[in-house]
Structure formats: C-alpha cells, structure tokens
Design a protein around this ligand. Structure first.
Ligand code: CA2
Length: 167
C-alpha cells in the first residue's frame, strides 16, 4: 500500500509547491522616486510603481509582496524569505547595490527563485561604474531603460516564464 503525505509549511504553502506571489524588491534611494532628479528617474513615485506592479500581477493571477530598503542586509533577508515561501519570482531593482553587492548575488543564487533584474534607466548609457552588475550574473533576465514600465514588463515576463511551473 502506498501513502502520500502533503506537508504544509508555516505560511500555509504546501511544501514543494510554488506560490502565486512575486516579490518586488527595491534598493537604496528608490524611496525618493518622483521627488528628486525627475529628468533622470521620472515623476512617478514608488507608490505609483507599487500600483503598477499590483495591476500587472493581477492580470496574471499573481500577488505582489512589495519592498524597499536602504539597507543591504534587509534586501538579502527578503530574498531569503522569497525562497522560503517558494515565491513565483523576484523583480529586483537593487539600485546602487547592483554594482557592488556580492551578498545580494549570493542570496539570489542560493534561493533559486527566478529573478528579473530591473533598472529604470539604461545603466549602459550612464557612467562606466554602472555598466557592471553583480545581479546580472544570477538573473534570468535584465530590463533597463524602460522607465518604471520595466517593472510591469518584468512581471509579464515572469508570468510567461513560470506559467508551466505553476499549473
Ligand atoms: O536606473 C535604475 O533603476 C538604477 O537602479 C537606479 C539607482 C542607480 O544607482 C542604478 O545605477 C540604476 C539609483 C536609485 C536612486 O533613486 C533615486 C530616485 C529619485 C531621486 C534620486 C535617486
């Protein structure tokens, strides 16, 4: 006789099953969006980015866990949380940590959640030090230069990428 045990993890997600949640994680200074340097980053606020992400996710039957921090360790911990909760994906604008953080690269690699790197600006058309990204080494895809629309495009891409895995 065979039996099957379906384990339920503390967040209510059956063990081994992918959740419908996409983590959107924003790095340092992105809380200033819409209030400074509009010529570079536009006039939309981080609250506008959150609304855009929720709408894009809703179209695909996904939910959003939206975060911003100016602290590297907190970003690392949200990536771990996305892994523990078996998130459908991560949309990550690590901002300046993109160009410096091996800790964030290691976290993405460790959790194995499909991660889309997003930048509002085209980092390759900016200063040389912005051309290198540690995040890109572990990202499934990279979007830059679409303004805040890049976040919605990243969620569309994640939905397409993970559809088969979620059904
Ligand atoms: O283009 C992007 O999204 C960046 O990730 C933005 C980072 C920058 O360090 C990256 O090279 C590219 C900077 C985020 C700062 O956000 C601000 C927003 C409004 C006003 C001032 C800063």
């Amino acid at each position: 006789m065979s039996s099957c045990v379906r384990r339920i993890s503390p967040d209510g997600n059956p063990a081994g099953m992918m959740s419908d949640t996409v983590y959107v994680i924003n790095g340092p200074n992105l809380n200033l969006l819409g209030t400074r340097e509009p010529e570079k980053y536009g006039r939309a606020t981080l609250a506008d980015v959150e609304a855009l992400c929720r709408e894009a996710a809703r179209r695909h039957g996904l939910a959003v866990d939206f975060h911003q921090s100016n602290r590297e360790g907190e970003i690392v911990e949200w990536i771990h949380e996305a892994g523990q909760r078996k998130a459908a994906g991560i949309v990550l604008n690590a901002a300046a940590y993109t160009h410096t953080s091996v800790a964030i690269l290691d976290a993405i690699t460790a959790v194995g959640v499909p991660t889309i790197e997003v930048h509002i600006t085209n980092i390759h058309a900016r200063e040389e030090f912005r051309h290198h990204s540690y995040v890109s080494k572990a990202a499934k895809a990279v979007l830059c230069g679409f303004g805040i629309d890049g976040y919605g495009l990243a969620i569309d891409g994640l939905a397409a990428m993970t559809k088969a895995r979620r059904s």
